[in-house]
Ligand binder design. Sequence first.
Ligand SMILES: [Zn+2]
Length: 264
Amino acid sequence: MTTRQWGNLSWTDFRDLDKNEVLPVLPIASMEQHGPHLPVATDSLCCDLLVAGICEKLDDVDTVVLPQIWCSRSNEHVNFPGTVFLERETFINAVMEVAASVARAGFKKLVIVNWHGGNTPLLGSIVHDIRQETGLLVVVIDLLNLLSHYTPPWFEEGSFDIHAERLETAVILHGYPELVKKMDFAGLGSDLQHGKMARDFKGFKHLIPEGGDVFMSWETNDLSDDGIIGNPEGATAEEGAEVLDYMVNLSCEIMREVVRFDYE
Ligand SMILES: [Zn+2]
């Protein structure tokens, strides 16, 4: 079906669109360091690949894709140059106000596609505010939720791969190989299990920075000297295509349910 880019339409196009048939999509990512081997736009590029894959695969849903919000809440990377982020209120307001304009254009539903873990809790909470303020049904397709049931073939029990690691490296190798620095990946990264972290988390049962029993105020340099949380070693373009395919398929299922959901 048809994929339209929001910015390419005229106001009369918006006036004439069947708002019940066309689903608006708002991509959100971040601009943050991704180790010495990947570009700071990694999340933005991955998000673009995911959204393009979804729109290409969705043969039964019309979409209109807004320009990506590329700057968000990535202050955990503050100690690495090249990272650009917004204050929390600025980011929340930006998303709320873009959503309000989507509603003003006459749409009833909005799908947000987010590729940055630091935005996940914020988006999870403001969907309610967006609905109350704009009337929009908002559904967030989120990187962390998409991957929560995905176990990569290389997964090792107890490993802690969350940033600029093998998965993200593989996706960029697949989509933008020219942007991956040629270097030996074996010497890169950090490792929770073997104490290769900048600060040692070995011997702590509950103080796991992410995904453990607590929320913790970690910064990237607590975990890693080179900005990679995990290890990119072994990443291939083929793996990147596979994981992206998984995410695209799951996202398409979600999009179809959003369309099917009766919402007035
Ligand atoms: Zn990332």
